[in-house]
Design a protein around this ligand. Structure first.
Ligand code: MF3
Ligand code: CO
Ligand code: CO
Length: 289
């Protein structure tokens, strides 16, 4: 299909197509003809989409700030769920995890050897020395924002503190590797190299994802890979970078009773940070953190 060069651009900013995204679309087409994997058009965001995601991110960021103020030893993770749920709903958002593919709560809280998708419960008590990932995703007007942070409860071991720091660095180097007209594999290559250098491992079964009007859209974002491999990255794509970093081996398993909670196979500690980012003409803009 070709779009009339004089018709308004698909991005909705009011300019004629020929003065707006025509050259962009042709550049992507040229990569595709050379055999590169290119992003499908429906994952490239318009300015209106980006505004929508930023609104969701505003609540999402505030929820994580609030959790950071309140989280402490002695709390159970159901209390974190209540905090997240009530703040989100009272500010006009919807907690995306609730009922997502049958997930029963409004947030994921993953402690120590839990890699991700920990289900809040009154029976799970946060204790001194724990490292806790809180992963929050918010929907506003149909747009999603997704981010997670680690919280260290009181005095934690040196090993735990180091893992939390290295995991954060892994996310940061992954984001720093993203360039418009670069490739998806650049992210995983950077994350993996940083983890390897620090003697920790990268979970491969789970990864980041495209995000927008859906929680998880194309592409899957691996946190291992080769520079220059995989999908072409172009301005207007929105992705999460969220490496799960284990102190021991990379293998994980899912709790067969609840069907969600992911644990390290060897019982070692795991840490994760997540941001939602936008690829721009010149680099990257953080949307949710
Ligand atoms: N927030 C997670 C992510 O980063 C997904 C959680 S799915 C849920 O992709 F159902 F467990 F909430
Ligand atoms: Co998340
Ligand atoms: Co995510």
């Amino acid at each position: 299909m070709t779009i009339d060069r004089n018709a308004p651009c698909w991005c909705g900013n009011g300019k004629k197509y020929k003065k707006c995204h025509l050259a962009f679309d042709e550049k992507i087409k040229a990569y595709e003809l050379k055999g590169y994997e290119v992003p499908p058009k429906n994952i490239i965001k318009t300015p209106a989409d980006i505004e929508g995601m930023k609104k969701a991110a505003k609540i999402n960021n505030a929820v994580l700030d609030l959790v950071g103020e309140k989280i402490c030893a002695g709390m159970n993770t159901e209390e974190i769920n209540t905090l997240v749920h009530e703040y989100t709903v009272s500010h006009g958002g919807i907690p995306a995890p609730l009922n997502y593919e049958g997930y029963p709560k409004s947030v994921c809280v993953s402690i120590n050897n839990v890699v991700c998708h920990g289900i809040p419960s009154e029976d799970t008590i946060i204790k001194e020395g724990d490292i806790v990932n809180v992963d929050v995703t918010t929907i506003v007007d149909g747009y999603f924002a997704d981010a997670s942070r680690m919280f260290m409860i009181g005095d934690v071991s040196e090993e735990a503190e180091r893992l939390v720091r290295v995991a954060k660095e892994c996310m940061e180097v992954g984001i720093a590797a993203i360039k418009p007209w670069g490739f998806l594999g650049d992210i995983g290559a950077a994350v993996y190299e940083h983890a390897k250098k620090n003697g920790v491992s990268v979970v491969i079964d789970l990864g980041g994802h495209g995000i927008g009007k859906q929680f998880h859209e194309e592409p899957f974002v691996p946190h291992v890979g080769e520079e220059g491999d995989g999908m072409l990255l172009v301005p207007g794509m929105t992705l999460t970078v969220e490496p799960m970093i284990n102190a021991g081996d990379y293998e994980v398993y899912i709790d067969d009773e609840d069907g969600w909670t992911v644990y390290t196979e060897d019982g070692s500690l795991s840490a994760q940070w997540e941001k939602t980012i936008l690829i721009t003409e010149t680099g990257v803009e953080v949307i949710a953190h």
